[in-house]
Design a protein around this ligand. Structure first.
Ligand code: ZN
Length: 169
């Protein structure tokens, strides 16, 4: 069961059930400690979920136009499969206290950094593009700026993101 190995309190289902290979850490709200999920289980369930969705989506593509009810049914099946996989993971995952708790700070800063800022109230097209490209690397942004085929707004969004990054460092 997904209890905190440090204080034995219950951990949130949605977070633990959907832990993945990349996003494999979760914080215990009760004792404030960072826990790490067993990567092999998390990546297996993740791949299983992805594979099943791809198979189901392929069926859906062929059937959708002939029968819209298929869409609802398949959505339901996909949701059920994800719920079952998440439940399985929640019950079986092995959680360990992250040994180097100094990493905790690093991890939290990283997750804060990697979160795209909220859109302003009346977002312009540039604002939307900036949010969309928020996770791109500097190189990828430069490629957008240097790509004459892309619209002006894309160039502006990429440039503003790069400028904001250089201000931070
Ligand atoms: Zn705890």
């Amino acid at each position: 069961m997904a209890d905190c190995p440090n204080c034995n309190s219950k951990l949130p289902f949605l977070k633990v059930g959907f832990l993945s290979k990349i996003n494999n850490k979760v914080r215990c709200k009760n004792c404030n400690i960072i826990l790490k999920g067993d990567e092999s289980l998390a990546s297996t369930t993740g791949m299983l979920g992805a594979a099943l969705s791809i198979i189901i989506l392929n069926i859906w593509r062929e059937e959708f136009f002939s029968n819209p009810m298929v869409f609802v049914t398949i959505l339901f099946i996909v949701a059920t499969i994800f719920f079952l996989i998440a439940t399985f993971q929640y019950k079986n995952i092995d959680l360990k206290v992250v040994e180097d708790q100094d990493q905790v700070l690093e991890y939290e800063q990283f997750s804060k950094m990697s979160q795209a800022p909220d859109l302003p109230e009346n977002p312009t097209f540039v604002d939307k593009l900036k949010q969309k490209h928020f996770h791109k690397t500097d190189d990828q942004l430069l490629r957008i700026i240097n790509n004459p085929k892309m619209v002006d707004e894309a160039h502006r969004a990429a440039k503003e993101l790069l400028d904001e990054r250089s201000e931070k460092t």
